[in-house]
Write a protein that binds this ligand. Structure first.
Ligand SMILES: *Cc1c(COP(=O)(O)O)cnc(C)c1O
Length: 425
């Protein structure tokens, strides 16, 4: 079998099963049992984004989906580019925010929607997901209008920006949104509890679309290849990649790309004050603290649920731990990052700025630095304007939703309430 539950290796599944189930027994994550490096790397890097990505996906799936089908799915999912912008001599930003919801999560969510529409049986399917902001928008837009799929999205009430909320709580139709009176970890706990309830799972055909779903990670692997392919040839083996991290899905995907043979030198995992991982790497102790709210709210996660996958690749000997460093960027430094980039004529936002600051701190001579631009600056308009003391304009996607009415319901963070809601409709 292609994938196994990393907590219980005896639970082995196909990609199709893993996508449908989402989470394995005992909340274990699914992960490939083996990753074989790609061949003909330089040929691959010379290919266009969509074609190359189809090959990567089919290879990762060990042929469970053939190259032609994978390419067709990717073509529907990746309808927008991932340009590598040169910020200053040896520093680049991989702009992952040109999709419909202006954040990198469009890549994973749209590919997952392709997978589920391919795999969907006649039965009922309910997507239940928790979001700290951007996943919700990406999932809602990716699935909006797919009639046989019901989508329920939980988010922490009052803890995401109004514009973020407007992007996914105004769609209606098959998209239902719930503002939970708690933080993101409460939302995530509700989703986990729902998945543990076998009866509920069966009754409504439960599926998760948050970053634990393996299909999302595989899609994200593709843009790391796209980043390296856009570097001048002589720089392609010198890249250090800084990833602004919350749930650590993006970093997991980057490490998979490296395991596949992409010549990334090393990774920096940049966090905000929710710094469970940097502290863990420094002390060896896993001690999550209470989640705190920051300017980079999509990274306000103190129990990153993709971290076990990173550990798994280290334990298997696929990835050398010394090639990962992790750094916490506080609110002052975040604001400085946005300002510094602006002085170089590059408009960014808090998440990207965190990755930039961590990169600046760690990059050595002779290296090329790439930081991931995970969101469009206009998505965090209020913070960016406050930091820069200047007004910035809204792109069309955001201007369109600003005037729409919120359709969300509200709920206390209690599983019994959520269960009743899910089964009552
Ligand atoms: C989700 C998100 C992140 C964090 O990504 P993970 O894969 O959860 O680590 C960073 N920036 C933005 C804008 C996000 O939406």
């Amino acid at each position: 079998m292609l994938l196994a539950n990393i907590k219980h290796n005896d639970q082995q599944v196909t990609f199709e099963q893993a996508v449908k189930i989402g989470l394995g027994r005992d909340q274990g994550l699914f992960f490939p049992q083996k990753i074989t490096p790609l061949e003909n790397l330089s040929e691959l890097l010379a290919m266009p984004f969509v074609e190359r990505s189809g090959i990567i996906i089919s290879h990762l799936l060990n042929g469970e989906i053939n190259v032609a089908d994978a390419t067709a799915m990717i073509k529907n999912a990746f309808e927008f580019p991932a340009p590598l912008a040169n910020v200053t001599s040896n520093i680049y930003n991989l702009e992952l925010f040109h999709g419909p919801t202006l954040a990198f999560k469009d890549f994973g969510a749209r590919f997952m929607a392709q997978c589920l529409s391919r795999f969907s049986q006649d039965g009922k399917l309910t997507i239940l997901t928790a979001t700290s902001g951007d996943t919700g928008a990406a999932v809602a837009h990716a699935f909006h209008g797919i009639d046989n799929i019901r989508v329920v999205i939980l988010y922490p009430k009052g803890k995401i920006s109004l514009l973020q909320e407007k992007m996914f709580c105004t769609l209606g139709g098959n998209i239902e949104t719930i503002a939970v009176e708690g933080d993101f970890d409460d939302c995530q706990a509700l989703v986990k509890a729902s998945f543990e309830d076998q009866e509920l799972r069966q009754e409504i055909g439960l599926n998760s679309a948050n970053s634990i779903n393996i299909s999302r990670l595989f899609a994200q692997v593709c843009y790391y290849f796209e980043a390296i392919s856009q570097l001048p040839a002589e720089q392609q083996d010198k890249a250090v990649i800084s990833v602004p991290s919350g749930n650590f899905g993006n970093l997991t995907a980057g490490i998979i790309a490296k395991v596949l043979g992409l010549p990334i030198k090393r990774f920096i995992a940049a966090t905000n004050a929710n710094d469970t991982v940097p502290r863990y790497l420094a002390t060896g102790e896993w001690k999550p603290k209470t989640t705190v709210a920051t300017l980079s709210n999509a990274m306000d996660v103190s129990q990153p649920n993709n971290w076990p996958r990173v550990e798994f690749m280290i334990e298997q000997g696929w990835f050398d731990k010394s090639l990962l460093s992790s750094y916490m960027i506080d609110e002052d430094l975040t604001q400085m990052g946005v300002k510094e980039l602006y002085q170089m004529d590059y408009l960014s936002e808090p998440h990207g700025a965190i990755a930039y600051k961590a990169l600046k701190h760690e990059i050595k001579e002779g290296e090329v630095g790439i930081f991931l631009g995970t969101a469009h600056p206009a998505k965090f308009k209020e913070s960016v304007e406050n930091i820069l003391g200047e007004l910035i304009s809204l792109p069309k996607e955001l201007a369109d939703v600003a005037g729409k009415t919120l359709l969300s319901s509200e709920m206390a963070p209690e599983f019994a309430k959520l269960r009743a809601y899910l089964t009552n409709q």
